[in-house]
Write a protein that binds this ligand. Structure first.
Ligand SMILES: Nc1nc2c(ncn2[C@@H]2O[C@H](COP(=O)(O)OP(=O)(O)OP(=O)(O)O)[C@@H](O)[C@H]2O)c(=O)[nH]1
Ligand SMILES: [Mg+2]
Length: 364
């Protein structure tokens, strides 16, 4: 399975690559001019998890590996992108394959750094992007509907359900309604393979001035109200400050941000993306030498989970020994947990729960 991916989008020069670098310890080019990113930057970020930290302390393994999320940073989006303005088509094709959209919205004021629209207005920027995503979807839906209608007429396909669904999408896009609100979960599931940009899970990242972090500007307050009305999560980060702290070790950085009372925003963002990707975590402990956190989609069976570790483990799956990480931490050792009957034996259809520590038994 290709790893699930968050796409960082937004207008040019709003700090997308700066944020990408903070998330992934990356080296993407950052420039004070629009369109400094042309080819996408791809990187991964470890998912912060206090349970993994506790387990690592408890077991003291040689290696401890966090779950990761992939991020892609693409070119800025401008008005008319769906017709190829700016680097529009490149941008749109790149994000069609991502699983979550992380929209960076510029709130920092720095005059030296141009904003394509002239002034700083986060809500206007959000609306420009929303319209471009919608128009791009509309073009795609129109093409698909033309094809599908021909097939239905010629009796070659009876996929009336898809036809009806796409027609409903078209009407709503034309009327500018939010597809996220209009469709029920069940319909959204059916539509997921259409890869519509305006239906992808979305969250806003306000790239704010340092002062905003402790006393929000009226501009930021307005954005907060807007996001809350729209029901979209908003995370506030000063990407510029995070970038300045790059030289510090992660401990030093934590300490510094704690003093400023603005700790952990990047971590919060990664966790939020993980949640939006519908991922949960299980842990494996190999011979006391390696502890690993594995990201899996909610609802996965334990035999499928074994396949994430190794395909042989899924093929030869016999059973799994499972303990909740909370129990293990409370009881202090697997031996103790066994004695107290907290280690369960589960068959292949058991659904993995967030925080399970799993030992797979398989025949090779
Ligand atoms: N003052 C301030 N400047 C920032 C902040 N974040 C980014 N910048 C600056 O804004 C400029 C643009 O940053 P990038 O990260 O290249 O922006 P981008 O959105 O990737 O731009 P494109 O790739 O051109 O679309 C750079 O000069 C950054 O140093 C911030 O929080 N505060
Ligand atoms: Mg960039």
């Amino acid at each position: 399975m290709a790893s699930l991916c968050g796409g960082i989008i937004g207008m040019p020069n709003v700090g997308k690559s700066t944020l990408f670098n903070s998330l992934t310890q990356g080296e993407a080019q950052v420039g004070s001019f629009p369109f400094s990113t042309v080819s996408p930057n791809i990187g991964i970020a470890p998912v912060p998890d206090s349970r993994l930290e506790f387990l690592t302390k408890l077991i003291n393994p040689e290696v401890s590996k966090a779950a990761t999320v992939q991020f892609v940073d693409v070119a800025g989006l401008v008005k008319g992108a769906h017709q190829g303005e700016g680097l529009g088509n490149e941008f749109l094709s790149r994000i069609r394959g991502v699983d979550v959209l992380i929209e960076v919205v510029r709130c920092f004021k720095e005059r030296e750094i141009a904003h394509l629209e002239g002034d700083i207005d986060p809500i206007r920027d959000i609306q420009i992007i929303e319209l471009e995503l919608l128009l791009s979807d509309l073009e795609i839906i129109d093409r698909r509907l033309t094809k599908l209608n021909k097939l239905v007429k010629s009796g070659l396909t009876a996929d009336k359900e898809r036809l009806n669904l796409l027609e409903k999408v078209k009407v709503n896009l034309e009327e500018g309604h939010s597809l996220r609100r209009v469709f029920r979960e069940e319909e959204k599931d059916k539509l997921s393979k259409e890869e519509l940009l305006s239906l992808k899970p979305l969250l806003y990242v306000a790239n704010v001035d340092e002062d905003d972090l402790t006393s929000p500007s009226p501009l930021l307050e307005k954005l907060r109200r807007y996001a809350s009305r729209e029901g979209i999560d908003l995370i506030e980060i000063c990407a510029g400050l995070e970038a300045e702290l790059k030289e510090l070790s992660s401990e030093e950085k934590k300490e510094f941000l704690k003093e400023l009372k603005i700790e952990g925003e990047i971590d919060r963002l990664i966790k939020k993306v993980y949640q939006k990707l519908n991922l949960i975590t299980f842990f494996t402990i190999s011979g006391g030498k390696e502890i690993r956190a594995w990201p899996v989609e909610k609802g996965i069976s334990v035999s499928q989970a074994a396949g994430k570790v190794h395909s042989d483990m899924e093929k030869g799956f016999i059973r799994a020994e499972v303990i909740a990480v909370a129990d293990l931490l409370k009881l202090g050792s697997i031996k103790q947990a066994k004695e107290e009957g907290r280690v369960r034996t589960e068959g292949k259809d058991y659904l993995v729960r967030d925080g399970d520590v799993i030992h797979f038994k398989f025949s090779s």
